[in-house]
Structures are given as structure tokens and as C-alpha cells.
Design a protein around this ligand. Structure first.
Ligand code: FAD
Ligand code: NAI
Length: 468
């Protein structure tokens, strides 16, 4: 007879594994189904974690060459050992995915290795790699099958020369030239890795700006910083094809608005034009589970699909494709299934681009506020006026805070600067509690810290910043 569970989670990315752990903590008997050899999904295996390992290592490499001498440290020109850097990345991945295995055991979660298919409400079939099938009976099912890279029509990904992020995380040599298609988060993060290690990076972006969705002020300043780091941007341009030649690749480019075509030679092309939800093989069509035009599983405010007992979270549903959004939804649905009031505040989901400097954002952008007709006030504080930033040779960037003109409630915060990804949480916590710019401005901040720039920006919304 099939084993029976309170909850079966299909997919063990940040959405699925966090959901399974919280559900087990709340007393449910939980199963997970995972088709990959290791747990942790895109994020731990081929996404957040390996990319951050390479971003950190390549940043250290760059600092050793450029920043150390300015600090009076003479170590000579740094020499790249790419296999060792990749080994650091692989070790980091293994240690994180192994951690999930440990947490599953600790929380008495039963893991099924294989591809999960929803056979009916309350029934999941797992097909292992050897073709054997196992049936699971379950009160509830959570679909957490994530997303995969989107592709351009007519361009064949081989993960060696024409790569997605997966191939770009394991190149065996530094390319002389790297063409990045799409100036979004993946393109700029992985472009940074290879640029720091010596590649000439050209970014082709369809729109007339980088990082769509981020505050435009921040995106413009950040683009100038990346250009100084050697990035070449071709905005308002699309790639219409890529031809493989003996020596590498030749990409065909066209202005997005139409016009004269051109070509660009490169060694490697990274296709980073977004990700699409992944539901192949789940049997959703047979069951009549609704998806929207973009292939995302349609859910109500409580993550329920149109069928009772079947829920979905993470990249496979609407909303930002971010690990922490998936995790929070995992906790929320586990709480809802346990009879609690699980909830995610979609107005306060930070977004971080882990480049150097980092770009971090939470809440509304100026463009959002203008479009929504909300009266707001804005203040900016530059890191050039922050003592700690000067001491660390990190004076680039600024903090920008947006607050309601009438009530002073903080509506958004946007930071470009070293450590922006840590500092942004100061604004996130404030916003979660409905705090005002004055609340932030009156909070004593340790000196000397980069975070003082956040307070200074908040002071700028009142009687004025002190240090500018
Ligand atoms: P996923 O992590 O995609 O996991 C889905 C899992 O489901 C996979 O393990 C898959 O094998 C499994 N699966 C699918 N179908 C089945 C099936 N039928 N049966 C069994 N198993 C199945 N986000 C951030 O917040 N910060 C970052 O720094 C960041 N960096 C990223 C870098 C890169 C290069 C990429 C590609 C993404 C990055 N992301 C980042 C995005 C982040 O990885 C995703 O938002 C997150 O992984 C989504 O989690 P998820 O649980 O919804 O799905
Ligand atoms: P993205 O949506 O961030 O950026 C894609 C870019 O490609 C956009 O600027 C878009 O205008 C452009 N584009 C689309 N079609 C194009 C075309 N034909 N030619 C040229 N440009 C084109 O997608 P990306 O970078 O692939 O990342 C996917 C997801 O992964 C994102 O949703 C992101 O949230 C997540 N991610 C998050 C990270 C983080 O939080 N640090 C890191 C990496 C990925």
C-alpha cells in the first residue's frame, strides 16, 4: 500500500524545502519529491549560492590587483587559479545542499528521489531514474517546481559556447570576449564575475536601460559604474541570431526599434533574458490545473490552485523570482495548512544585485510612485560623505529614501554601494512596521558605519542631512 502523508512537496528549492521544514515543525507528516541528485533547487545548486561564491572570489581577485596597492599592501599581481576557484564554488554548493539533507533528516521528512507527477487530488507518483514508480497518498500537495532559463527563438543552448547561467557558472577558461544578452540580474552578476577575471564583456539589452524594475536613478548611476569597470553596453538592441564559426561565435544584432543590422564576434554568449516557470511532467493539463498566459500556476491569496488540496509557491507562481520570496511563501503555506494565518507582505520584498558595488532595493521606486499618483518626497545621501566608506575606499554610490509627502511613512529605499544588500534590511524592517523617515532619522546609528548613510538620507527628508 502507498505510504500516506499530510503534505507532499514537489521540488526542494528554497520554496519547497522551507515549506517542508516548517510543515514538519508544525506537526505534519511530510514528504518531498526531488528529481535532481541533490536538494536545494536552482538556488543552492545552480543559482544564488554558486554565483555568490564566484562573485566573492572574483571580487577578492580584483581587490588584490587594484585595491590592495592603494591600501599599502604589496603582494604583486594576483594569479588566477580557475580550477581552485571553481572548487571553492563546488564545495560551497555541496556544503549547502548537504545541509538541506541534514535538515530533512532532523525534521523527519521523507525524501523521494525522482520526478513527481500529480496523478489525482491526494495522489503523487514518483518515477525514479531507473523507471521504477512509487505511489504516495497525501492530504495536501504543494507544487514548488521553480523555473528554468528562457531562450531566444532559433538560438540553441549548448552550455559550452552558448550558455545560460548554468554554463556560465562552470566555464573552464576565462573567455577573451563574453557577450551577455539581457542586462538583468543574471547578466550583470555573471558578467561581473568574468569581467573581473579578465573577459571583455559586451551587454546587449533590448530596452533603453539596464535592470528594468529597479529605480531608474540607481540603474543609470550603476550603469556608469559598470562602464568604468570595462562593460560595454548596447542598449535598445536585440540579438537576432548566433552563428558558430571555427574561431567562436558571431552574433547578429539589430536596433530594437528596427534599423541597420550589425554583427559582433565573441567567444561565449550568455543568454540571460529572464526565467520561465517549470511545470513539465507534473500532469497539470490532465488535471485541469489553471496556468496563466506566462505558464505560471494560478493561485488564490492562500496559494491554492483551482483544485482543493493542491497549492503552489515560488518561481512557478506570479511575483518576483527570488529565493527569499519562495521561502516566505513556503512558510506561509505551511502555516495556512496548519490552521494559522500565514502571510507574505509583497510590498516589502528586498531585491539585491550582488555586484561591486551592490544594488539593493525595497518597496516603491520613484517611477512606481509617479505612475500610482502618490505624493512623495525623496532624499539622497552619497557614500562620498561617509567616513567609513572613505576608509574602505568604497565611496561609490548613494542611499535614496522615498517617503509619503503627507505622513512621512517610508515607501521605498534604493541603495547602490558596498554592502547595500545588508543595509537594505534596515529599511525593510522599518517598512514592515510602517515606520516613518523620522523614526529612522532618530535611531542612533553606530559610527563609523556605512549604515549611517541610510540614517543621513532619512535626515534629509526632515530638517536636513548633517554631512552634506
Ligand atoms: P527552484 O529553486 O527552481 O527549485 C525547483 C526544484 O524543483 C528543483 O530542484 C527541481 O529539480 C525540482 N523539480 C521540478 N519539477 C519536478 C518534478 N516534477 N519532480 C520533482 N522535482 C521537480 N534569487 C535570490 O533571491 N537571490 C540570488 O542571489 C539569486 N541568484 C540567482 C542566480 C542564478 C544564476 C539563478 C538562475 C537564479 C538566482 N536566483 C536568486 C533566483 C532563485 O534561484 C529562485 O528564485 C529560487 O530558486 C526559486 O525557488 P523555487 O523553490 O521556487 O524553485
Ligand atoms: P531579468 O528579468 O532580471 O533580466 C532579463 C533582461 O533581459 C531584461 O533586462 C530584459 O529587458 C532583457 N531582455 C529580454 N529579452 C531580450 C532580448 N531578446 N534581447 C536582449 N535583451 C532582452 O532576468 P535574468 O537576469 O535572466 O534573471 C532571471 C531571474 O532570476 C530574475 O527574475 C531574477 O530575479 C532572478 N535572479 C536573481 C538574482 C538576485 O536576486 N541577485 C540573481 C540572479 C537571478
Amino acid at each position: 500500500m502507498a505510504e500516506s502523508f499530510d503534505l507532499t512537496v514537489i521540488g526542494t528549492g528554497p520554496g519547497g524545502y522551507v515549506c517542508a521544514i516548517r510543515a514538519a515543525q508544525l506537526g505534519m507528516k511530510v514528504a518531498v519529491v526531488e528529481k535532481w541528485p541533490s536538494f536545494g533547487g536552482t538556488c543552492l545548486n545552480i543559482g544564488c549560492i554558486p554565483s555568490k561564491a564566484l562573485l566573492h572570489a572574483s571580487e577578492m581577485f580584483e581587490e588584490a590587483g587594484h585595491t590592495f596597492p592603494q591600501l599599502g599592501i604589496e603582494v604583486g599581481a594576483p594569479k588566477l587559479n580557475l580550477p581552485a576557484m571553481m572548487a571553492h564554488k563546488d564545495d560551497t554548493v555541496a556544503s549547502n545542499t548537504g545541509g538541506i539533507e541534514y535538515l530533512f533528516k532532523k525534521n523527519k521528512i521523507t525524501a523521494f528521489k525522482g520526478t513527481g507527477k500529480i496523478a489525482a487530488q491526494g495522489k503523487v507518483t514518483v518515477t525514479a531514474e531507473d523507471g521504477s514508480e512509487t505511489g504516495i497518498e497525501t492530504k495536501n500537495i504543494v507544487i514548488a517546481t521553480g523555473s528554468v532559463s528562457a531562450n531566444l527563438p532559433g538560438i540553441e543552448i549548448d552550455e559550452e559556447k552558448i550558455v545560460t547561467s548554468t554554463g556560465a557558472l562552470k566555464l573552464d577558461k576565462v573567455p577573451d570576449n563574453l557577450l551577455v544578452i539581457g542586462a538583468g540580474v543574471i547578466g550583470l552578476e555573471l558578467g561581473s564575475v568574468w569581467a573581473r577575471l579578465g573577459a571583455k564583456v559586451t551587454v546587449v539589452e533590448f530596452l533603453d536601460r539596464i535592470l528594468p524594475g529597479m529605480d531608474l536613478d540607481v540603474a543609470k548611476q550603476f550603469q556608469r559604474m559598470l562602464s568604468k569597470q570595462g562593460f560595454d553596453f548596447k542598449l535598445g538592441t536585440k540579438v537576432t541570431g548566433i552563428e558558430k564559426t571555427e574561431s567562436g561565435l558571431v552574433a547578429s544584432l539589430e536596433p530594437a526599434a528596427g534599423g541597420e543590422a550589425s554583427t559582433l564576434e565573441t567567444d561565449i554568449a550568455l543568454v540571460s533574458i529572464g526565467r520561465i516557470p517549470f511545470t513539465d511532467g507534473l500532469g497539470l493539463d490532465d488535471l485541469g490545473i489553471e496556468r496563466d498566459k506566462r505558464g505560471r500556476v494560478v493561485t488564490n491569496g492562500h496559494y491554492k490552485t483551482n483544485l482543493d488540496g493542491i497549492y503552489a509557491i515560488g518561481d512557478v507562481i506570479a511575483g518576483p523570482m527570488l529565493a527569499h520570496k519562495a521561502e516566505d511563501e513556503g512558510i506561509a503555506i505551511a502555516e495556512i495548512l496548519a490552521g494559522q494565518a500565514g502571510h507574505v507582505n509583497y510590498d516589502v520584498i528586498p531585491g539585491v544585485v550582488y555586484t561591486n558595488p551592490e544594488v539593493a532595493s525595497v518597496g516603491k521606486t520613484e517611477e512606481d510612485l509617479k505612475a500610482e499618483g502618490i505624493a512623495y518626497k525623496a532624499a539622497k545621501f552619497p557614500f562620498t560623505a561617509n567616513g567609513r566608506a572613505k576608509a574602505m575606499l568604497a565611496p561609490q554610490g548613494f542611499v535614496k529614501i522615498l517617503a509619503d509627502k503627507e505622513t512621512d511613512r517610508v515607501l521605498g529605499c534604493h541603495i547602490v554601494g558596498k554592502g547595500a544588500g545588508e543595509m537594505i534590511h534596515e529599511a525593510a524592517v522599518l517598512m514592515e512596521f510602517g515606520g516613518s523617515a523620522e523614526d529612522l532619522a532618530r535611531t542612533c546609528h553606530a559610527h563609523p558605519t556605512m549604515s549611517e548613510a541610510v540614517r543621513e538620507a532619512a535626515l534629509g527628508l526632515g530638517d536636513g542631512s548633517i554631512h552634506i
